[in-house]
Design a protein. Structure first.
Ligand code: NAP
Length: 335
């Protein structure tokens, strides 16, 4: 069959179209687009050595539209304002043709440079993991006008271990637990997400380790950190449950998570994430920590609604599909 690949403005991406076997997958089409794209000269800058001020500029030919950078959709009928159908790389091209047609036109969009999800998560979590101990171990407050070094309260030490354990756990989960459905994410997300996590990491660390920090009572610290730790372990358990919904190569789509807190709430991993930050804040009591808690809760609540809607749509109880059970979305007994 012949596939014509056009941009949204109608320009042909591969002149003359692409001839593929009827059994070809969308991923085969993406490989073909990549191999047949016009080679462009890309600028690469290299410095001769660390001390040198001499910079070399290389131009070398590259093919930039590797498959994960491509988004292929079906053309929208004239006047239609809805979202186009996105072609799944794992599906056969024939599934997107009408009847037994031998021709298909697809619309190509460049998603821009991509990074692996694991790379994105690694960099966003590494920032707080490094930044927080800097405020604890080093005399940084003299740069903020505080000459006297304050005494270190036990809660500040425990909070530092708690905070670092949290981000270390998230890096480990990224590499050894999560089974992502999408391999890559736009490079621009690295900068956005790093700004979010690194800035909040520094903001919280600044106030919790401040020389004028006033600690809460011993009992409150123990309750807060103890509760938070239980929630961190529960969060890990939730991630193991989500992991087991997919095969090791990430296949399996979206399933109904069952067991543990998932029997009550759709996004139990977010619920436990929110509660573990609450535990941290009960123990440390800073405005910065609570601001982060509110922002993170807001973000996760939005995502949780979208995930809840998706599962209800996928499991609608029609045509033999199971019906999604009645559950809270993220924060029982409210939402
Ligand atoms: N503090 C904060 O601001 C903040 C914000 C967000 C997340 N977090 C933390 O980071 C963790 C990971 O975040 P996330 O947004 O990546 O979590 P997530 O999307 O809920 O799930 C984690 C993994 O499980 C998969 N998954 C989720 N639901 C599934 C289902 N029904 N069937 C099959 N697989 C499913 C996801 O696949 P996909 O690849 O398809 O999504 C992903 O690989 C969270 O649980 C939370 O602890 C913290």
């Amino acid at each position: 069959m012949k596939v014509t690949v056009v941009t949204r403005s109608g320009r042909e991406v591969v002149k003359g179209g692409i001839q593929l076997k009827d059994s070809a997958l969308v991923s085969d089409l993406q490989e073909e687009i990549h191999s047949r794209e016009v080679v462009v000269l890309t600028c690469n800058v290299a410095r001769l050595d660390f001390l040198s001020l001499i910079w070399l500029v290389f131009y070398f030919p590259v093919k930039k539209y590797y498959p994960s950078r491509q988004r292929l959709t079906l053309p929208l009928p004239p006047g239609y304002r809805g979202k186009p159908t996105v072609l799944s790389p794992k599906k056969g091209i024939k599934e997107y043709t009408e009847g037994n047609a031998d021709n298909l036109t697809v619309v190509f969009k460049d998603l821009g440079p991509q990074v692996y999800y694991s790379t994105l998560f690694f960099w966003e979590y590494l920032g707080p993991l490094i930044i927080y101990p800097i405020f604890y171990y080093y005399p940084v407050y003299k740069y903020f006008g505080y000459e006297e070094e304050g005494v270190i309260h036990p809660v500040q030490t425990y909070a530092m271990y708690y905070f670092c354990f949290h981000y270390f756990k998230r890096i480990m989960e990224t590499f050894f637990v999560h089974r992502f459905s999408h391999a890559t994410s736009p490079l621009s997300n690295v900068f956005r997400n790093c700004a979010y996590y690194w800035a909040f990491g520094a903001y919280i660390a600044y106030y919790v380790n401040h020389p004028l920090y006033a600690p809460v009572g011993d009992l409150q610290m123990k309750i807060g950190l103890g509760f938070g730790l239980i929630c961190q372990l529960s969060n890990f358990h939730c991630h193991l449950i989500l992991r087991n919904l997919r095969s090791p190569d990430g296949n399996g789509g979206y399933q109904i998570p069952r067991g543990f807190l998932f029997n009550i709430v759709t996004c139990a991993n977010y619920t436990t994430e929110i509660y573990q930050w609450l535990g941290f804040n009960i123990a440390t009591q800073t405005v910065a920590g609570y601001v982060f808690l509110v922002v993170a809760t807001f973000i996760m609540t939005n995502w949780a609604f979208a995930k809840h809607r998706r599962l209800k749509k996928l499991f609608d109880g029609k045509d033999g599909r199971p019906k999604y059970p009645r559950r809270w979305v993220i924060l029982p007994p409210f939402i």
